[in-house]
Design a binder for this molecule. Structure first.
Ligand code: BGC
Length: 829
C-alpha cells in the first residue's frame, strides 16, 4: 500500500454552506444547462471539418432511412478521459440523435451484435491490464488513461443500400500516449474492409471521425465524403444529425496536419521515459511539411464546406510595421457557408534558418448565402513574428524580403505582398534563459520556390525601420508584500503556499480531487487567518465537478469515492477490493447534483477558427463557475501538438502557437468577464507527452522554446491577462519547469509581464525514485512559484526546513505567500 499513500494528501472537508439541490430528472436539463447547450449548438458545426465531399450530402428531406455503422454510433465520444473529462447530466449517442431527428435506423442487428463484441473485448482488456498487478491501487495508477484498442470482428452487415454512415471513434486521455497500431492511430482491418465496402456498395456514404486527433486514413481512397465530427461535448451527436440533414454545414479547418503516420517527422523523438529530444527545433507540424514539401493528405488550415468560395484581395497596405490586407470572399456555390482566410509569412533565411511560412493572422466570414460576399480585414505587426537568435539573445527581423501569402489552407495560398527589410532590426534584447541541449536543431532549406512572374506582380513595401524601437528587457520586477502578510507567522506563510494544506485536518483525497469545499473540485487554497479559500476545478472541456454529492457535518463528499476518475480501468474484482473506501452515505442524506455543460474539446474549438465561439465557450464556463462557486478554472490548456501521439492533444488546440494563443485568450476573456471567475492557463511548458509525465525531461533549444512552445502563452497573456498559470510536470533541459526561476520569474513575469499567480501541476506525494528527481516545494517557491499543489504535510515541512537552513529566505517565501493571500482576499468565495 506504499504507492497508495504516495497519492494521498491530508484533507478534511469543510461544511459546504452553499449547496443547492438541483432537481430535474436525469434526462431533463435544468435551465442553465439547456441555455448553455442551446448557445453552443449555434456554433458546433463550425468545429467540424469536411475532408472530402462529392456533394451527396446533405441528404434531402425524404432520405430518412439510413444504415449506421461503426463503434461511434452507440459509444459516441464527447471528449477525452482524465482531468479533462466533464460530468454532464446525460449524453445522447449518435443513434439516439438520429432517431430523435426523425430517421429510421436500418442497421439495428449490426449495432446489437457490435455491442456484444465490444463488451467481450472490454472484459478481456480489463483482465489483461489488471493481471500485471496484485493490488487495485497499483493497477489504477499504472493504467491511468489506458484504453482498449478497437477490436477486430466479423459481423454481417448490409453491403448495399441508399445511405450509410460509418462513425469511427477513438478516445485518448491523461496518463497514456497514443500508439501507432491498428485500433488506435491506425485503422483496424475490419474498419478498412467495412468502410470500403460501404463506400462502394451504397448510393451515398459518409465516413465520420469522432476522434480527438488524427487517425491514419490511408487505404480509404474510395471514400468520397469524410467529416471530422471531433468530440463536441454535449452537442456531439445532434451536430452530426444537423449536418447530415443540412440544417447546419461544416465550416471548420484543421489546426493540425492530418496525414499518413509515416509522413509525420521522425527527426525528434517522442515518448522516451526519461529524455525526449526535440531535435526538429522549430519544424513542428506544417512548418516541417511545407518546408520539406511533403505532400500531406490534409494540410494545416484545410477544410471544405457544403459550398465553395472565391476570394479576391482588395487592398494591401503597410503602415509603420503593420501590414493590412482587405480581402473579399464570395460564396460561389449553392449552399450557405462560412470561409476562413489565413495569412502566412515567409521570412528570409538571411542568417537564421527559417521555415517556408508561419501563420500570422486569420479571419472567418459571417454566414454567406449563395452569391453573397463579405469583406475581411486581416492585419499583423511584423515585429510580433521576429525570430529568436540564440547567439545574440535577441528577437530579430533580419534583412531581406518578407513574403505575405493569403489562402484557405497552408497548401493553397498565393502571394499578396512583399515587405523589404533593408538592414537587420533588433526587436528585443533579452538574455538566454533555458539552457542548451546537446544537439543542433534540425535545419532545412525550403524546397518551395515562388515563380519570378508571381513575385513581379505583387505590391512591394520597404519597412521604415524607425517604426520598431528596440526593447531592452530587464528582469527586476517586484511584488509588494503588505504588512498584514509580513505579520503572519512562518507557519502561516508556509501554509499559504502549500495548496489546501492545513485548512483543517484528517480525511483524504487524491490527485485531481483535492478540494473539500466543492465536491469533486481539483484543489483549493488553504485558509489562514480570516481568508476564504479559492476553489479550483478542472477543464478544459467544461467545469469538472462531482456529479453527485452529499453533505454531512464535515463537509461535501462525492458519492463515488476518491477514485471515481481512475476506477474505469479496474476489473469488478479489483473494484470490490477498494469498495471499503467508498463513502458511507448517511441514511436519508440528500443527494445533490452538480451538472456541468461539456463543451467541445480544445482542438474542436480551435478548428472553428472562430474567436467568438471560443469566447462563448469561456462565457458558459464562467457562468457555471458562478453557479458552483469555483473561482479558478484549471484551463485553458495550450500545449502544442508536437506529435499526434500525445494522449492529451485533444485538450490542446493546435500544432501552431498563434492559433493556440488566440484561442486561449478568447476563452479566457469569456471566463474572466464574470465577477470572480478566472482561468489557469496550463501546462507551462513543453509538456508534450504523457509517458512518464511527472519525470520526463524535454530537451529543447531556446529558439524552439520561444518560437513554438512559449509563444502561445505569450500571446494569450498579452491578449487576455489570465489570473493564473499552471506549470507542467516535465523538466526542460534538466530543470523542472516549476523549479525554474528562468521560466517563472524571468520569462513569465518579466518578459511576458504576467501579473497573476503561478501554481504547480498536481505534484504532492510523488516518489523520488526515477532518473530525474521530483520537484520540491521549497525550490518551487524559490523559483517564484506561488503555490505547490495539491499540498501535503511533506511539502509544508520542506518549506519550514528550507527556511531553517537558509535555502529559502523569509523574503522569498513572503512574496509567494503575499500573492496567494492577496488572491484569496480578492476572489476567495
Ligand atoms: C493534470 C492537470 C490537472 C490537475 C488537477 C493533473 O494531473 O495534469 O491538468 O489540472 O491534475 O486535476
Amino acid at each position: 500500500m506504499k504507492i497508495f499513500n504516495i497519492f494521498i494528501v491530508s484533507i478534511i472537508y469543510l461544511v459546504s454552506a452553499f449547496a443547492v439541490p438541483i432537481k430535474f430528472g436525469k434526462r431533463q436539463y435544468g435551465d442553465y444547462e439547456s441555455r448553455h447547450i442551446e448557445i453552443i449548438d449555434k456554433y458546433t458545426a463550425e468545429s467540424t471539418v469536411l475532408l472530402r465531399k462529392n456533394n451527396d450530402f446533405p441528404l434531402s428531406a425524404n432520405e430518412t432511412s439510413i444504415y449506421l455503422y461503426g463503434n461511434g454510433i452507440r459509444k459516441t465520444i464527447k471528449g477525452g478521459t482524465g482531468s479533462g473529462d466533464v460530468y454532464s447530466r446525460y449524453f445522447e449517442n449518435i443513434e439516439e440523435a438520429f432517431i430523435k431527428g426523425g430517421y429510421e435506423i436500418l442497421s439495428k442487428d449490426y449495432l446489437d451484435e457490435y455491442d456484444k463484441i465490444y463488451e467481450e473485448a472490454h472484459h478481456k482488456f480489463l483482465e489483461e491490464i489488471n493481471s500485471k498487478y496484485d493490488n487495485p491501487i497499483m493497477s489504477m495508477l499504472e493504467n491511468m488513461g489506458a484504453k482498449m484498442d478497437e477490436p477486430e470482428y466479423d459481423i454481417p452487415f448490409n453491403q448495399e443500400g441508399d445511405v450509410a454512415i460509418y462513425v469511427l471513434s477513438r478516445i485518448s486521455g491523461e496518463g497514456t500516449d497514443r500508439v501507432v497500431k491498428k485500433g488506435d492511430v491506425l485503422l483496424t482491418d475490419t474498419e478498412v474492409k467495412m468502410i470500403n465496402a460501404l463506400a462502394t456498395g451504397y448510393k451515398k456514404f459518409m465516413l465520420v471521425l469522432n476522434t480527438g486527433g488524427p487517425v491514419d486514413l490511408s487505404g480509404l481512397e474510395a471514400v468520397q465524403n469524410i467529416l471530422i465530427l471531433s468530440q463536441l461535448g454535449c452537442n456531439t451527436s445532434k451536430t452530426l444529425v444537423d449536418i447530415v440533414s443540412g440544417q447546419k454545414y461544416p465550416s471548420g479547418k484543421l489546426t493540425t496536419t492530418w496525414t499518413k503516420y509515416e509522413d509525420y517527422s521522425q527527426i525528434g523523438d517522442f515518448g522516451d521515459k526519461d529524455d525526449t529530444y526535440y531535435k526538429e527545433g522549430i519544424y513542428v507540424g506544417y512548418r516541417y511539411f511545407d518546408s520539406a514539401d511533403i505532400d500531406v493528405m490534409f494540410p494545416f488550415g484545410f477544410g471544405l464546406g457544403y459550398t465553395d468560395f472565391e476570394y479576391t484581395v482588395q487592398s494591401v497596405t503597410l503602415e509603420g510595421e503593420e501590414f493590412n490586407v482587405v480581402v473579399s470572399v464570395e460564396n460561389i456555390g449553392e449552399f450557405k457557408g462560412k470561409e476562413v482566410i489565413q495569412l502566412y509569412l515567409s521570412k528570409p533565411s538571411t542568417t537564421l534558418d527559417e521555415p517556408y511560412q508561419v501563420l500570422v493572422q486569420f479571419g472567418k466570414t459571417k454566414e454567406l448565402a449563395p452569391t453573397e460576399s463579405d469583406l475581411l480585414n486581416l492585419k499583423f505587426k511584423l515585429s510580433d513574428f521576429a525570430s529568436y537568435d540564440t547567439a545574440t539573445a535577441t528577437y530579430i527581423l533580419d534583412s531581406g524580403a518578407y513574403l505575405v501569402r493569403i489562402g484557405n489552407s497552408s497548401r493553397n495560398t498565393s502571394l499578396c505582398g512583399q515587405i523589404n527589410v533593408e538592414s537587420k532590426i533588433v526587436v528585443k534584447q533579452l538574455q538566454n534563459k533555458l539552457g542548451t541541449p546537446d544537439f543542433e536543431d534540425f535545419t532545412t532549406v525550403s524546397m518551395k520556390q515562388d515563380s519570378e512572374a508571381e513575385l513581379a506582380t505583387i505590391p512591394k513595401f520597404i519597412l521604415d525601420a524607425s517604426s520598431i524601437q528596440t526593447i531592452i528587457q530587464t528582469y527586476d520586477k517586484t511584488y509588494p508584500v503588505s504588512d498584514e502578510v509580513k505579520a503572519l507567522t512562518p507557519e502561516q506563510k508556509a501554509t499559504l503556499v502549500i495548496g489546501a494544506f492545513g485548512a483543517t485536518e484528517g480525511s483524504s483525497s487524491i490527485v485531481g480531487a483535492a478540494a473539500f469545499s466543492v465536491a469533486g473540485a481539483a484543489g483549493q487554497t488553504a485558509m489562514v487567518a480570516d481568508l476564504r479559500p479559492v476553489i479550483m476545478a478542472d477543464g478544459p472541456a467544461g467545469l469538472r465537478l462531482a456529479k453527485d454529492y452529499f453533505i454531512d457535518e464535515t463537509g461535501a463528499h462525492t458519492t463515488e469515492g476518491p477514485f471515481a476518475a481512475l476506477i474505469d480501468v479496474l476489473t469488478d474484482e479489483f473494484k470490490e477490493m477498494i469498495s471499503y473506501m467508498n463513502p458511507q452515505i448517511p441514511e436519508g442524506a440528500t443527494i445533490y447534483h452538480q451538472y456541468a455543460t461539456a463543451i467541445p474539446i480544445g482542438t474542436a474549438i480551435a478548428q472553428s477558427w472562430n474567436r467568438e465561439f471560443a469566447y462563448v465557450c469561456g462565457d458558459i464556463v464562467g457562468a457555471e463557475m458562478k453557479i458552483f462557486k469555483v473561482q479558478l478554472w484549471l484551463a485553458p490548456a495550450l500545449n502544442i501538438h508536437r506529435s499526434i501521439l500525445c494522449g492529451r492533444n485533444f485538450e490542446y488546440y493546435s500544432e501552431d502557437p498563434l492559433i493556440s494563443g488566440i484561442m486561449a485568450a478568447a476563452i479566457t476573456n469569456g471566463v474572466q468577464i464574470h465577477d470572480k471567475a478566472f482561468v489557469t492557463m496550463k501546462h507551462y511548458a513543453a509538456n508534450n507527452q504523457e509517458t512518464n509525465r511527472y519525470y520526463s525531461n524535454s530537451h529543447v533549444s531556446e529558439r524552439a522554446m520561444r518560437e513554438i512552445y512559449l509563444k502561445g502563452f505569450e500571446i494569450a497573456i498579452r491578449e487576455s491577462n489570465p489570473k493564473a498559470i499552471m506549470t507542467s510536470y516535465n523538466l526542460v533541459n534538466g530543470v523542472h519547469t516549476n523549479e525554474s526561476k528562468e521560466l517563472t520569474n524571468d520569462i513569465l513575469r518579466n518578459e511576458f509581464d504576467f501579473n497573476g499567480i503561478v501554481m504547480t501541476d498536481w505534484m504532492s506525494g510523488f516518489p523520488d525514485n526515477q532518473k530525474y528527481a521530483i520537484p520540491y516545494s521549497n525550490n518551487v517557491i524559490k523559483a517564484t512559484g506561488d503555490i505547490y499543489m495539491p499540498g501535503s504535510q511533506g511539502d509544508y515541512d520542506n518549506i519550514l526546513k528550507a527556511l531553517e537552513t537558509n535555502e529559502l529566505t523569509m523574503e522569498e517565501l513572503e512574496v509567494s505567500a503575499a500573492r496567494i493571500y492577496d488572491l484569496a482576499k480578492e476572489i476567495g468565495y
